[in-house]
Write a protein of this length. Structure first.
Lengths: 304, 334, 351
């Protein structure tokens, strides 16, 4: 019966194939409306960031001395020229937010790539070899976790001198333990399963076993962690920027924009409200998407 | 129980040594001369440089320096601040109660609202209330709290004038510090007005600092409640003819609390991390603000000492949480 | 007036793919002091009907019944407060998994005390003494020590004894035991059954024993209900059920008993499984597994004949004595070899 369906080239992919997995993943994922909304928003923000020079109405660094602290368009004094108003030196808030998305998203993405890459490597080592390798790696991660994350990041940034790269490295460092722990736990759980033993018996080497056999089967929780990490990174970068330790002004980074606008809080709410709102929205949407991913990828976590 | 405690404590030793190494090597092992870094762009005279170098012990080998540092640590001596020249330990201790007080109020806020919200959401699973609670808590979880603080100040302090903007107590009161807790000290002084004032000043910072823990606690409570509600013993409780309230609040919540307490304990690290922006926004004179100042002034003994002490506190609290876990979970206790 | 009087009980669960009828049209009448057994395979809905009676089903369940009365009180009409007075007090229940049915956070004593406090009241001391008595009554050695134990410190058998002590603590008039021995070791199973029967005899309470084990039924019950795929397929006295099973399913269950298999090398089994939500056949629900099934069975759903005392849910109820029943003196042909000989009206049987 099933062969019959197969031979008819049905549009339904056959079980066991990658396409089938993808299709079942998508049906689980899109079952959650929140996850879909999150995904659409993220794609939208990504596109805006990518095409910032075409989308943004103004140059983010351009200072219009004739339009200082212009309120958003819906105020009587607002202007269509500056939809979300201008800041204290006459820069367009909307354009700065659009360009700011580039910084927030790209730095956060780099943070995830670095911490996930290094974390998976260390976690594989720890889980695969056990013994002293594991002890050393987990101890070091315990030490990292003993510090409040933002404090450690601040300290690292202070040493590396405040800026984009050091903020990125510092936050990646802070995120690292979660990936190491997850990978290690997953590897230990999978290591003695039949398919791994079969692969070992057929002569696979350490590297092959670790990266080709074990890793793909440990990916689900890691992908979920990656989304969590991504949203945390956006928050942490903004926090560093707000504290003056992250991306330095006049770069239109969201956190730094907030810090600049803080002194005009009483008179120009828009300069404070919109950067924070966009941070909140972006992080919220990524978390929504993360919840959907978790439900679709991890049946164990779905139960609760 | 005591043995359990000792074993756990012993397990912390290597981590704590690691923490001291990290704090110690923070500036020393990285490129650049820490003394020049501390001096910043103003530069420094050769004599002052040599003086600082020997004062900080940089002229000795790293190993010797590290053991000096450890020895001092064991005696509670973390060196002196480069800015105030007061012992780092004293500086830390004079500010820590402010952070502790704020954190406790924030945690209380998070637990008092988050726990019932999670329970309600679980009981009303799938209903509007559940979706609302979960939506709000996901928003809280995603909140950039430094912005949240500014927003609340704009609304409640600037526009409505209900709450003060910054500080711990109105300038009209002077309270002799005894415990360092403004609320307790004002009660000790018998000054009711000062007590109310200190509470008034705690409201906004506690809400801001407690927002993310609240969201985490509500989510965790809901998911553990849902898990426990499916357990056989909850069905047994219903079969006993107990009231719905008793089934939920005694049989279900009691078991769900085991994992919730763990999560509450994990919030301590989060609270101390969140204390940095919160204290900055509200000019709260605690260790978060102090650390930020120390980092930006390159007051390096303060940074080093602060890192060790804060990590130490986090580790001790995690240990206490482990113990609490043992107390509320009979399967571990016996 | 029957103690428990249920007529036309149906339970439907809301699922993502529509309503699922887990129990349909079940009747049961239990008088004071009677021992009943509900028997059937996993998935036959035997627990669900009793959980519905106790009001223990999750909110996804829709329970409907023409009549559902305990001691003359209509359970469907009672307020939840009134109903809680009956549940636990007058009608109590023990479950399949004793280890997970006790709350791990409270001591045995606390959990028994809670029940007594809820329904009987009394001073703390009185309740404590009662709990100690109960533990002794269910055969727990050293009750004074065990009363302070946490569930994880008890074995499965001990846990079930505690559950029983708790269930009988308020002198219920009906005890429902949902597969009370399934999760236990074989040696313990017999002890627990014996204990239940002894308590039933001593206290005169009615007992409903849910089981999938015909052997247990033979040893305990006076009346038997056989359930299949949510339907009640047969209801008889235990003696006549064993002697003259009316439904082919009952017959198949009986012939799967080792002591009835006789000299056969292999124990007979019933091929296939109980149909689930998505694979319910048309016609008689048992037809795919029934050796007598006809085209008629596959098309038309059977109803019990009004004059049938066993209310057999079958188009062709069996009317022959069962195979190898000990009391029957005349040796019979094994049924399976030539069943049509017993029922001439039956058309040809498929191999």
């Amino acid at each position: 019966m099933s062969q019959l369906i197969l031979s008819k080239k049905s549009s339904q992919p056959a079980p066991g194939t990658f396409r089938y997995q993808l299709a079942s993943f998508w049906s689980d994922f899109s079952a959650s409306r929140g996850a879909l909304v999150g995904l659409i928003f993220i794609v939208f923000i990504l596109l805006v960031a990518l095409f910032a020079p075409w989308v943004a109405p103004h140059d983010p660094a351009m200072q219009d001395r004739s339009a200082l602290l212009v309120p958003p368009v819906w105020h009587a004094e607002g202007s269509w020229n500056y939809l979300l108003g201008t800041d204290a030196v006459g820069r367009d808030v909307l354009s700065r937010l659009i360009y700011g998305a580039r910084y927030s998203l790209s730095i956060s993405a780099m943070v995830v790539v670095i911490s996930m890459g290094v974390g998976i490597f260390l976690g594989l080592l720890a889980g695969y070899f056990r013994g002293w390798v594991e002890t050393v790696i987990t101890r070091v991660m315990d030490v990292v976790l003993a510090f409040p994350s933002l404090l450690l990041a601040l300290g690292l940034v202070a040493i590396l001198s405040p800026g984009l790269t050091s903020a990125m490295i510092a936050i990646a460092m802070v995120q690292l333990p979660y990936f190491v722990r997850l990978t290690r736990a997953a590897v230990i759980g999978e290591k003695n399963r039949e398919y791994v033993i079969a692969s070992r018996l057929s002569g696979a080497g350490h590297l092959r076993l670790m990266f080709n056999t074990l890793l793909p089967n440990c990916m689900a929780p890691l992908i979920v962690q990656a989304t969590l990490s991504f949203s945390t990174a956006i928050l942490d970068i903004a926090a560093l920027g707000f504290l003056g330790m992250g991306v330095q002004p006049p770069t239109p980074e969201w956190g730094a924009m907030l810090a600049n606008a803080r002194e005009f809080m009483g008179s120009a709410y828009w300069a404070v409200t919109f950067p924070g709102l966009i941070i909140l929205l972006t992080v919220l949407m990524i978390n929504l998407m993360g919840d959907g991913l978790r439900d679709a990828l991890d049946p164990k976590m779905k139960r609760s | 129980m005591f043995k359990f405690f000792l074993v756990k404590l012993a397990q912390l030793v290597p981590t704590f040594i690691g923490v001291t190494i990290v704090a110690f090597s923070f500036i020393r092992l990285l490129p650049g001369d820490p003394i020049l870094l501390m001096a910043g762009e103003r530069g420094i005279s050769a004599e002052r440089y040599a003086e600082l170098k020997s004062q900080l012990g940089f002229d000795r080998s790293l190993i010797v320096q590290y053991f000096d540092f450890l020895k001092g640590l064991l005696h509670g001596d973390l060196g002196n601040s480069l800015v105030t020249h007061a012992p780092v330990m004293d500086e830390f201790m004079s500010r820590f109660p402010a952070t502790l007080e704020l954190s406790l109020f924030a945690l209380a806020f998070a637990v008092i609202i988050g726990l019932p919200a999670g329970v309600l959401a679980a009981v009303k699973r799938g209903k509007t209330l559940d979706h609302t609670v979960m939506g709000i808590s996901l928003t809280g979880y995603s909140m950039p709290i430094f912005w949240w603080g500014l927003l609340l100040i704009m609304l409640f302090s600037s526009t409505l004038g209900w709450t003060p903007v910054s500080g711990r107590i109105s300038y009209m009161y002077f309270i002799e510090p005894v415990t360092g807790f403004m609320t307790i000290d004002s009660l000790i002084a018998g000054d009711w007005g000062a007590f109310l004032s200190s509470l008034h000043y705690l409201i906004l910072p506690s809400i801001v600092l407690g927002t993310i823990p609240l969201a985490v606690i509500a989510r965790q409570t809901r998911s553990s409640m849902l898990e426990v509600l499916g357990e056989d013993y909850v069905r047994t409780a219903r079969a006993k003819g107990l009231s719905n309230f008793r089934v939920i609040m005694v049989h279900t919540l009691r078991n769900a609390l085991i994992s919730v307490v763990t999560v509450i304990g994990l919030q301590v690290g989060l609270l101390l991390a969140g204390a940095i922006p919160t204290e900055t926004i509200f000019s709260w004179p605690g260790i978060g603000k102090w650390m930020i100042d120390a980092i930006s002034r390159r007051d390096y003994p303060s940074v080093q000492g602060g890192l060790v002490l804060i990590a130490f506190i986090v580790m001790i609290v995690n240990l206490l949480v482990d113990l609490a876990y043992g107390v509320i979970n009979p399967r571990i206790r016996h | 007036m029957a103690l428990l009087d249920i007529e036309g009980l149906s339970v439907r669960f809301k699922t993502s793919s529509g309503l699922f009828a887990a129990v349909e049209n079940v009747d049961i009448n239990v008088d004071r002091g009677e021992v009943w057994s509900i028997v059937g395979e996993s998935g036959s809905g035997k627990s669900v009907s009793m959980l519905a009676t106790m009001g223990l089903l999750p909110w996804t369940a829709q329970v409907t019944a023409d009549k559902m009365a305990f001691d003359g009180q209509d359970l469907q009409q009672l307020s939840s407060r009134q109903r809680r007075r009956i549940v636990g007090g007058e009608m109590s229940m023990i479950f399949q998994e004793p280890m997970s049915s006790l709350n791990p956070c409270f001591t045995v004593g606390t959990q028994i005390d809670e029940m007594i406090k809820q329904h009987l009241g009394g001073s703390r001391k009185e309740r404590h003494e009662r709990a100690l008595d109960l533990l002794a009554q269910v055969g727990i050695p050293d009750p004074a020590r065990r009363i302070k134990a946490y569930p994880h410190q008890l074995s499965g058998g001990m846990s079930q004894r505690v559950m029983i002590a708790m269930a009988i603590s308020c002198n219920p008039r009906l005890l429902i035991a949902d597969e009370p021995t399934t999760a236990l070791d074989v040696t313990i199973q017999a002890q627990i059954l014996e204990l239940l029967l002894k308590l039933q005899e001593d206290t005169g309470m009615a007992l409903i024993l849910i089981t999938h084990d015909m052997g247990v039924v033979a040893e305990t019950a006076k009346h038997v209900v056989v359930q299949y795929a949510g339907r009640q397929v047969e209801k008889q006295d235990v003696k006549s059920l064993f002697a003259h099973p009316r439904h082919p399913y009952t017959e198949a269950l009986l012939s799967a008993l080792p002591e009835r298999a006789g000299d056969q090398d292999r124990l007979p089994t019933i091929p296939g499984v109980v149909p689930g939500q998505h694979d319910r056949p048309s016609g008689c629900l048992f037809n795919p597994r029934c050796q007598y099934a006809t085209e008629h069975c596959r098309e038309v759903e059977p109803v019990a004949a009004p004059d049938d005392p066993a209310s057999t849910l079958c188009h062709y109820p069996l009317d022959h004595p069962a195979v190898g029943t000990p009391p029957s003196a005349t040796p019979q042909d094994p049924l399976a070899s030539n069943p049509s000989s017993h029922n001439p009206s039956r058309p040809e049987v498929r191999p």
